[in-house]
Design a protein around this ligand. Sequence first.
Ligand code: COA
Length: 261
Amino acid sequence: MSEEGVLYEVKDGVVTITINRPKKYNALNMEVVRTLRELMERAEKDSGVRVVVLTGAGDKAFAAGADITEFKDRDSETVRPLAENGQELCRYIESMSKPVIAAINGFALGGGCEVAMACDIRYASANARLGQPEINLGIIPGFGGTVRLPRLVGLGKAKELVLTGDHIKAEEALRIGLVERVFDSVEALRKGVMELAEKLAKKPGVAVKLAKQSLNNAWSMPLSENLSFEVDVFCQTFDTEDKDEGVDAFLNKREPQFKHR
Ligand code: COA
């Protein structure tokens, strides 16, 4: 199905959510941000969906940032909802129980890079260019870029990227840990992302959710609190049918068939 500016397609437990404004390099206007938030919530609630893939239409851009045409004539007060909605979308993606994979098929700049950073795993095509170019507009990142970028790539590299506004190539993004894999072409990226999504869709859903939560906590919780959280959720997995299935399958040398409960 299609909402304004965003496509939503489910196949074999994987939903592909596609930002669909290719002529505008999939720039994130407020309508697209609102729709993305709604569709992420739909994916979270849909029991037929195990994994979410987020990408951009075409082969030029994942998203070339917030829609700059919406910046004109806004001041500190009227621009606030734009940043708040973008941040809320990113927070929601991070908090989802299902893995979200960013398939970065070209430019991921500004808000595009920030939304990709909120996803759990980022794969890119060789033509991808990433960066936070806001400084060249006289502004700064507002969808969480100054917060997530240093956590992913370190403070020095994040300062270099945010203060220069320079774009980096996919290979450089791979080297600094901003993406996890690079593929030769957009076609190869889409195939590689689907293989990953199908692999993750077969993993035990409760364990996936709890592992994601515990890993996210590594960013936000003090060490001792996070370690005791891990013990709690580790124990929780022992009450699932999937733990019985996984252990039995191992001991009987067969493939597990998880039921996500
Ligand atoms: N907001 C609104 N429109 C955007 C956009 C954005 N962030 N990024 C690209 N577009 C539009 C362009 O205005 C152009 O539209 P038009 O054909 O109606 O003029 C179209 O997308 C293609 O972009 P164009 O600049 O012609 O392509 P290019 O290949 O020469 O350059 C970019 C591509 C991505 C390098 C360049 O578009 C760019 O720098 N975009 C802005 C990136 C940015 O600053 N993002 C952060 C915003 S906070």
